[in-house]
Design a binder for this molecule. Sequence first.
Ligand code: PLP
Length: 366
Amino acid sequence: MENVRTSGPLPVPEPVGAASVRGIVSHRGEGFRRLLGDVTDGLRPFFGTTGAVLPFTCSGTGGMEAAVVNCVAPGERVLALCAGYFGERFAAVARAHGAEVTEHRVPWGRALDPAEVRGVLRAAGPFRAVLVTHNETSTGVLNPLREVCEAVREESDALILVDGVSSVGAIPVEMDAWGADVVVTVTQKALLAQPGISPVAAGERALAAARGRGGPRYYFDFPRMADAVTEGTTTYTPAVSVLQGLDAAVRLLREEGPENVFRRHRHAARHLRRRLTGLGLSPLVAPEDASPTVTAVRLPAGVPADAVRGRLEREHGVLVAGGRGPWKADTVRIGHMGVFREDQLDAAAEALAETVGHLAAAPAAR
Ligand code: PLP
């Protein structure tokens, strides 16, 4: 059995797999109404909202696109807060839809600084929307979402659109209390299910923006999807089997209890970091910015990431994620989201130390 330490998709727990193959219910029937109600009710505490949860059948990038096209019209100004690859993707999505995008970039490996965000809003605002990645999976950085939202709220009336793809279900998100307007996530990461659905939480201000105008859209329309969900269905044919899996997954998470789930992830990140450091490896991100769900490790000079990942899989049955963008050649990322055991993290850290040692000593063996 492989030790899958990527940042998703992840192997699903047995009850999730079983629920997804139970047999498809019609999305216009009573069974589906119950399923959808259970899933959206079950997800709300993980978004920290009492508002609409809209299950779009698409991946996380689709959910990000949905957020943009409902809240931003072409030509409107958007501030994209970029602390890595996925922040830059959010900016690219907005640009693709004709928004006038100002990017505020911090160096890879660093978290956003709310004071700097405040400064940008004062110097370069007003903006229609601010795009922010909660947990930057490409670097293993957790951005201070609550403080960023606070800064945006105090300085402007911009809509706050959050990429919570690798945070929701593992890291506390309090969308309503923090004043975020949209939070996007996916089924295939901390929510423990198969890929296929992007649950998007949309607050009243986002729905009002979409009703008022927003950008051109059809499939991703928030108000129509919100009306459909209220009636116990979705606008179009959903990935029913994924929703069935998600229902079982959310039950598992709620049985464990959100606070316990969040604590388990925080603890795992600290534990892994200690193990890596003890083995002479270098977690890239400062402890105060480190993500509870993914840890990036910088490899020693001359030890290429591709060779490390190949040997880890071949010799140790450990799958880790590669680096992204500028970190591709010399970084690997170890995922610790969803369901995992601490001994799997230990095994991954030890296998990585062995692999790095082996490749550093015998470059020809690559
Ligand atoms: N945003 C973040 C933070 C991610 O980690 C990912 C995927 O890893 C995405 C967006 C894109 O999600 P998807 O591949 O489901 O489109």
